[in-house]
Design a protein around this ligand. Structure first.
Ligand code: PMP
Ligand code: GLN
Length: 389
């Protein structure tokens, strides 16, 4: 047999799949893979259900149904004061995952350099590498996760094609400050580079802060491709409806990838997402406030048990250092296994979000779960730690 592609074959199964399977096998509470355990709004799902019966059910336009693209244009104006032409600057994709791949395959020429910030979401590196780019990694480190702009500049060169920026950032739960974003914008101008902005958690930002989208900064309108996901905004992760907003010259080549990758996204789901995006401020505020209460409850609980908990400014993830629990000299992968098998609670090892030389003492908990599940998880973790002491 001739070998398959060596870059993708070198990767194992993603940590999310592996840990979800392990959690299921051991009836452990799954706080690993990031998904809410309550489905998003009834009315959004009702429209999707009705649209399956009444249509549309045939191939929609390649760029997405007009209704959704128009609503996305209004969303851009409403939340970011961005004037976007829905016909030439918005495209619907099958999840942010497809959007990311479309942007990377469309923009990268083999030999280009791509800047990535660790810890990073797991689909980034395989696609960047498969597209032929050379990854240039810069790191933010806990507890502040501050971006060192000098270190970032050191990663830029004449060969830099783009930076892949995840804001709010998974798993660090970091929200980039305006100063950091301005620093990134200056470098993009200086090195004539683009930014693929993974903003799937744009509406999950806490403490009355507002998400700042890089594309809204001076000079960035022509350099940024902004990616969103209905999966996160409407707690419907299985729907895989994503979207890209970018200037026509950037979106054009990205659409060329999309047409050969998936070509379209289920039209009935697109219709429902269009309805959802037009929801009032109460919906968006409720999403952030509801998750903020869960964050506070779960972070406090973890601290009481003995974890050293990193601040979560956005997303629905908390990163925690497990060393104070005194579990012995084990790494994060082993800690996740022990917590699953012995405590009955499954986190994700944060080392999975690094290319190499990862810190080995952090685990990530997903807290977008029902209150009673979070309570049981804390009780189980507390009992487990108490028994080991
Ligand atoms: N980017 C980040 C940072 C994510 O956490 C996720 C979560 N799955 C995605 C992209 C993928 O989003 P989607 O499910 O819409 O493909
Ligand atoms: N984004 C989700 C997370 O970080 C997982 C998505 C997936 O399972 N691929 O947990």
């Amino acid at each position: 047999m001739k070998p398959a592609n060596s870059i993708l074959s070198a990767y194992g199964t993603t940590v999310f799949e592996v840990m979800s399977r392990l959690a299921m096998e051991h009836q452990s509470i799954n706080l690993g893979q990031g998904f809410p355990d309550e489905d998003g709004p009834d009315d959004v799902r009702e429209i999707a259900a009705r649209s399956v019966i009444d249509g549309p059910n045939q191939y929609p336009p390649m760029m997405g149904i007009p209704e959704l693209r128009q609503t996305l244009g209004e969303h851009a104006k409403r939340f970011y004061n961005l004037d976007v032409d829905w016909q030439t600057e918005i495209m619907v994709t099958s999840g942010a995952t497809e959007a990311l791949a479309d942007c990377l395959f469309a923009l990268i020429e083999p030999g280009d350099e791509v800047i990535l910030i660790e810890p990073l979401y797991d689909s980034y590196l395989p696609i960047v590498r498969r597209a032929g780019a050379i990854p240039k990694l810069v790191r933010v480190t806990p507890p502040s996760w501050e971006l060192d702009l000098d270190a970032l500049e050191a990663a830029f060169s004449e060969k830099t094609k783009l930076i892949l920026l995840n804001n709010p950032m998974n798993p660090a739960a970091k929200v980039f400050s305006r100063i950091e974003l301005e620093g990134i914008a200056d470098l993009l101008e200086k090195y004539n580079a683009y930014a693929v902005c993974d903003e799937v958690y744009e509406h999950i930002v806490f403490d009355s802060e507002k998400h700042i989208s890089l594309i809204t900064l001076p000079g960035m309108r022509e350099r940024c491709l902004k990616i969103g996901s209905a999966g996160k905004t409407f707690s419907l992760t299985g729907w895989k409806v994503g979207y890209i907003t970018a200037a026509p010259d950037l979106l054009g080549p990205v659409a060329k990838t999309h047409q050969f990758m998936t070509f379209t996204t289920p039209p009935n789901l697109q219709k429902a997402v269009a309805f959802g995006l037009a929801k009032g401020d109460d919906y968006y505020d409720g999403l952030a406030k509801g998750l903020e209460a869960k964050r506070d409850f779960f972070a406090d609980g973890l601290k009481r048990i003995g974890f050293e908990v990193m601040h979560c400014a956005g997303t629905y993830f908390i990163t925690a250092d497990f060393r104070p629990l005194g579990l012995g000299d084990i790494d994060d992968v082993e800690a996740c296994r022990i917590l699953t098998l012995e405590a009955g609670v499954t986190p994700i090892s944060v080392s999975a979000f690094y290319a190499s030389d990862a810190p080995r003492h952090y685990v990530r908990f997903c807290f977008c779960k029902q209150q009673h599940i979070l309570e049981t998880a804390l009780e189980r973790l507390g009992n487990f730690v108490a028994e080991r002491r």
